[in-house]
Write a protein of this length. Sequence first.
Length: 194
Amino acid sequence: MANGSADYDSIYKLLLRNRAVEEAAFLRSKLLYTQAKKQFFSEFYSHPVTIEIQNGPDASNSSGTLGGYGNLFSFLGFESSRKPIDEISSAMEKIFSINRAGLFAKINYPDMEELKKHSPLAWAFGGSWISGIEKGIPNFAKYLYGPGFRNSRSSSAIEAKYNINLATFTPTVYMSKMIKNFEENMKNGNVSTT
């Protein structure tokens, strides 16, 4: 029986300099990235919070975050013509990228701090609606929703002068979970190929 040995360090260094190996590694990373990004946006567009905000000032509170009273679009005080889901989606598309870095790939994707910059609330200086969905939003006790407020910013709600306590706001995990799922999918390769 013959015995032999291999110099794994030398083999590894040769592989690192091999263009075919580098290309194959990048193509594999790019496929994984493309699938994970597709899954991220699928989660984003199918999330109840996204759907409710996308449906505008007359939507029902299908996310359940407001206890069935009013809707997130008007509660967040978006101008009736604003498209906050389109805005954040466009910002995320610009953040996502993949670039070759030798045998590796450099991947950029959204994080909560970056997304705060792209999800402002007009009435809350420095406030972010994405962060507020997860951490809570003040003044819910003054939120008054109804068809008689067509001249308001959102065209369906106002902030009352006094607390009226018609419902409670329940923070919900939103974008942070999608980001974590993307990270896990990239790390473990757990993405569907459909």
